[in-house]
Design a protein around this ligand. Sequence first.
Ligand SMILES: Cc1ncc(COP(=O)(O)O)c(C=O)c1O
Length: 394
Amino acid sequence: MTGRPWDQVAAEDLARLRNAHLLRERRIIEPVDATHVRWDGREYINFSSNNYLGLTHHHRLIAATRLATEKYGTGAGAAPLITGYGPAHASAERAIARWKGTQAAVILPSGYQANHAAIQTAAAIGRLGGNGVRFLVDKLAHASLIDAIRGTGEAMRVFPHNHVAKLQRLLEDAPAGQLQVVVTESIFSMDGDAADLPAIAELKQLHNFLLLLDEAHAAGIYGLHGNGLAAEMGVADAVDVTVMTLSKALGGIGGGVCASSVFCDALVNYGRAYLFSTSVPPTVAAAAEAAVAIVQDEPARRHRLRAISRHVRERIGRTKFGIPDGDSPIIPIVLGGERAALDAAQTLGSQGLLVMAVRPPTVARGSSRLRVTLCSEHTDAEVERLLGCVEKLA
Ligand SMILES: Cc1ncc(COP(=O)(O)O)c(C=O)c1O
């Protein structure tokens, strides 16, 4: 143990976490291809990546990245309002906005930052309106949304997961003139279930609110053009601000905020998470633009992903593990205790399947789980191998 008192405090708590099976540690996982990794000298089928469409290894994405690096170099060199915003960024933002059907889009270095900038912008607009702002957020919304709202210092009310009736009551009770910002995800990251977007969209007939939707786990997978769950459900017009990540189905890194031109202009002025950070490298923007094109050109990827997701859900649903509703490629196998989740992950690991255990505080205490995620590039034989092992586990 170190002599520095602050390190000692941390070391004691880390030891406590280790004893409680809650310590988080990184491991060095070497990618082999879109669905296989090497870890500790052994190869595994990766069932814990958000690389839903296998685009990380798509030849068009690799070519676009290489080309942009050769043309523009490796880094943007400055924040977007200094000299860091170039033709690759502008072109990718136009492509994303066209795809999402919004007037404009802004690219940020991560989905985490995109959520911060979008929330900061909504908060600033609320303050400007003179009557303040209040965020109404689903209980299972991602940490980046919660952190962002807390960071604004503005009022927040949490409604029970997917409880639209409670959300409606909160909207009915809203102080006159105060901007209400409803914040939810389309596909929830840990349970893989969907928000009741039609019901939330219907609330717009009765109440005036800004709807901010995080489509991190739906972009690329849902919608006729892979442009998200709101589009698939025919309620895209009800969504005022969409946040998406470029880091999951799109196979790269970064986040995007898609909204009206005015909101995006406001974000460029009020979104501190955007203003005070270096632009993504041009190569990241070029990769995002290529990914959006592939998603539209190759619908077979998302069709296969959704077909295997339904199949796996149906088969696991027949075991003692209940599966939440939906057809997303995020499939939670809830085991309860942390130890049980870690042991199950180890059992699957011994069969060459990499499935991570997810424990508190990422999920509620008592709901530790394996979080299986599927990729369109998993073969039928690999999917069957997973199912065989999970069925044995059950
Ligand atoms: C729902 C949701 N929103 C936002 C993020 C953050 O995205 P990124 O990983 O690009 O920072 C994540 C992912 O981790 C997520 O699951």
